[in-house]
Design a protein around this ligand. Structure first.
Ligand code: HEC
Length: 487
């Protein structure tokens, strides 16, 4: 740093507290100081992302870092914009919850309002040391994107799917997955899918270069290995659980890049650990969603509902709600056969940029016949600051950022691994039937898939009234089950 700017910074650091000092203390007790009160809060809740080389725009490690942002810290913690954590307390209890207490928020506010003092040097804490290696221990196998990908300095966010062939000669059981972003300045999030069909390889025209994919990998996925967003912890499955990776599978990694202002490259990797013991419990995916999305410009309260019924007893492991930019509010509840309702998640201020899987602290036990009900609300008005279209335009279901989606994926465990195929067959048949029954417009989707869905719809709409009556839908579900059509 040139001496002149260093001096300017020192002057600023000295003056900003004085300027902020205009506000009087609002709460009783001695004014909080950085060294004694603020540093522990920041180190515990903020510095993992707010440090050099990470996704956050500035570091929060030293007094000098923090004092420059004192007011802003008070504002973004008061509104709970930071630390990023979207799930409302009391609606599902999740692991690794990032949430400040009301007291911590008040302390940050009082500090800012009282001139943001540094405090007694005797109380000074040592900033935490972050391990940038494998958090869950050394993995058995590390795979990377085949080639580094070059990203431009600026432009809209990029969504690309990269194929990583595993070349495993037999099925394997994965019990730990850790995603390592190659370049944390640009990797905003990643979702890892499994493909045992070779379809993703066909889409990736130049091996290693990936293909555009916003909503999803655009293929019949064979499963998933979780995801990553800044601050995420590795997936470590509990004893007796494992994800089965079919022979010769490919990983399909959907990368969301947020460009940094400078040209960058990225080559992210994934650490996998395997278990030799056959899983004692099964893992399956509950899916709910529908394509009936058609939001008029200006409509600030468009509601999408969908449900899924459990064909067997299951216990929840994690929940992954998914929509694009217009979604505001997401609520998922489990309606048990005894009439009771268990809240599964509630996100009141959905932000596409902070999507991810929420892992349950204690699994919810859901008996056979439980109905999972989701209700998502979308705001397609100009008041929605996240609206990608200005002025707003009509928005329909599809995979582009300017289309919308409404899905809930819930990972569950089943007591007997032998039950998984039947569970998944039933779940997929219902889910695909809901997709086929999803209205006639399909902007943004692969035309071949749309034509297939339309033909299937027309075949099962026996009385040609343009909709699937309950018995017609049941016939479609039975057909899909028999064909063992998988998502
Ligand atoms: C999981 C990563 C993560 C954690 C944890 C985190 N931040 Fe951030 N923070 C970000 C990112 C990314 C941005 C920039 C993008 C944005 O504004 O959403 C940001 C932006 C900010 C901003 C600027 C907001 C603006 O309006 O420009 C402030 C202030 C901030 N964070 C304070 C905090 C504080 C205080 C904490 C801890 C209580 C915290 N952050 C925890 C990732 C994080």
């Amino acid at each position: 740093m040139a001496p002149i700017t260093r001096i300017a910074n020192l002057l600023l650091a000295a003056f900003i507290p004085a300027l902020l000092g205009a506000g009087a203390a609002t709460d009783s007790g001695p004014a909080p100081s950085f060294n004694r009160d603020i540093a522990p809060i920041l180190y515990r809740n903020c510095s993992s992302c707010h440090r050099p080389g990470q996704v956050a725009p500035f570091a929060l490690l030293t007094y000098k870092d923090a004092v420059k942002h004192a007011k802003q810290i008070a504002t973004v913690t008061q509104s709970r914009y930071m630390p990023p954590w979207k799930a409302e307390p009391g609606f599902g209890q999740f692991k690794d919850e990032r949430r400040l207490t009301d007291e911590e928020i008040a302390t940050l506010r009082n500090w800012a309002n009282n001139g943001a003092p540094e405090g007694d040097a005797d109380n000074k804490r040592i900033p935490p040391k972050f391990v940038d290696g494998w958090q869950a221990g050394p993995p058995d196998r590390v795979v990377s994107m085949t080639d580094p990908v070059s990203l431009p300095a600026g432009g809209p966010d990029q969504f690309r799917c990269f194929v990583i062939p595993l070349g495993n000669e037999s099925a394997q059981w994965v019990n730990k997955v850790e995603f390592h972003p190659g370049n944390r300045k640009v990797v905003h999030h990643a979702i890892i899918f499994l493909d045992a069909t070779g379809e993703a390889r066909r889409r990736e025209k130049v091996p290693g270069q990936g293909y555009d994919c916003v909503g999803g990998p655009g293929l019949a996925i064979s499963g998933g290995l979780g995801g990553w967003a800044p601050g995420a912890t590795p997936t470590v499955l509990s004893e007796g659980l494992a994800i089965t990776v079919a022979k010769s599978s490919d990983l399909v990694v959907q990368m969301h890049y947020h460009l940094s202002g400078k040209p960058e490259t990225d080559q992210s990797s994934i650490g996998l650990s395997f278990t030799q013991d056959a899983p004692k419990k099964g893992m399956a995916l509950v899916m709910a969603g529908n394509r009936r999305i058609d939001i008029a410009p200006g409509d600030d309260h468009f509601v999408v509902k969908a449900s899924a019924e459990l064909p067997m007893d299951a216990e929840t492991l994690s929940i992954f709600p998914h929509a694009h930019y217009l979604c505001k509010d997401m609520k998922v509840d489990a309606h048990l056969p005894d009439g009771s309702v268990k809240p599964m998640i509630w996100i009141k201020d959905w932000d596409f940029n902070w999507q991810g899987a929420y892992r349950y602290e204690t699994p919810l036990k859901l008996p056979k016949g439980t109905r999972i009900e989701m209700e998502y609300t979308f705001d397609n008005s100009a008041n929605n600051s996240r609206n990608p279209s200005n002025p707003p335009t009509r928005v329909k279901f599809g995979e582009q950022t300017t289309n919308e989606m409404a899905f809930t994926f819930i990972s569950v465990s089943l007591d007997d691994p032998a039950d998984v195929p039947e569970f998944q067959r039933d779940m997929s048949a219902h889910f695909i039937a809901d997709m086929i029954d999803g209205g006639s417009d399909d902007s943004g989707l692969d035309p071949k898939r749309v034509a297939q869905m339309k033909a299937t719809f027309n075949f099962f709409d026996k009385n040609k009234n343009g909709k699937l009556d309950p018995e017609e839908k049941q016939a479609l579900i039975e057909f899909l089950k028999k064909q063992n059509v998988r998502l």
